[in-house]
Design a binder for this molecule. Structure first.
Ligand SMILES: Nc1ncnc2c1ncn2[C@@H]1O[C@H](COP(=O)(O)OP(=O)(O)O)[C@@H](O)[C@H]1O
Ligand SMILES: [Mg+2]
Length: 166
């Protein structure tokens, strides 16, 4: 068990690059639960995760589609991207039958707090806070369960990643 780790994301490119690192570190069965207001950068982060995983299809902010599966282009796990904003509650999330996919995929749930926890006891809860003056984002990683250990999180949040970030 480890405590929260934080990282400052100065611009959309930094958020995307952090997503790429997350996507490269992610494995089948991983659940990432994203929290943060409208425009915080949840979809920007998910786009990076999709790139890091090497999946097909553009990761977008869906207007009507609540869950979209992006198959891997490289034989790895698919990205299941869920936007729970319009879901009325955990029962509606259950209706999506995500349980069947979670074990084989990397599942990212935007607006998932309070809804997606039942999908897996092992998950990474990711909160994005926006400084209203500077627009700088601070991301806080809360590991739950045993999947995300301190060393993995430290590697993910280390600030200098010259080859991955630029
Ligand atoms: N550090 C940052 N990280 C992510 N997005 C940022 C950042 N700074 C500015 N932005 C902008 O904020 C918006 C985030 O949108 P989006 O990723 O769709 O958010 P959400 O999915 O949380 O509603 C984008 O227009 C992006 O360019
Ligand atoms: Mg979004």
């Amino acid at each position: 068990m480890s405590g929260p780790s934080t990282l400052t994301l100065v611009d959309p490119e930094a958020t995307h690059a952090f997503g790429v690192r997350l996507g490269r570190a992610a494995a089948a069965g991983d659940l990432l639960v994203l929290t943060g207001g409208l425009g915080a950068g949840k979809t920007t982060l998910t786009r990076g995760i999709g790139e890091g995983l090497g999946v097909r299809g553009a990761v977008t902010s869906p207007t009507f589609v609540i869950a979209r599966v992006h198959p891997s282009l490289t034989g790895g796990p698919a990205l299941v991207h869920v936007d729970a904003y319009r879901l009325g509650g955990a029962a509606e999330l259950d209706d999506l039958d995500l349980d069947a996919d979670v074990a084989d995929s990397v599942t990212v749930v935007e607006w998932g707090a309070g809804l997606a926890e039942g999908l897996s006891p092992d998950r990474l809860e990711i909160r994005i806070d926006v400084d209203p003056a500077s627009e700088v984002r601070t991301v806080t990683l809360h590991p739950r369960g045993t999947r995300w250990d301190a060393a993995t999180l430290a590697a993910l949040t280390r600030t200098s990643h010259p080859e991955a970030d630029r």
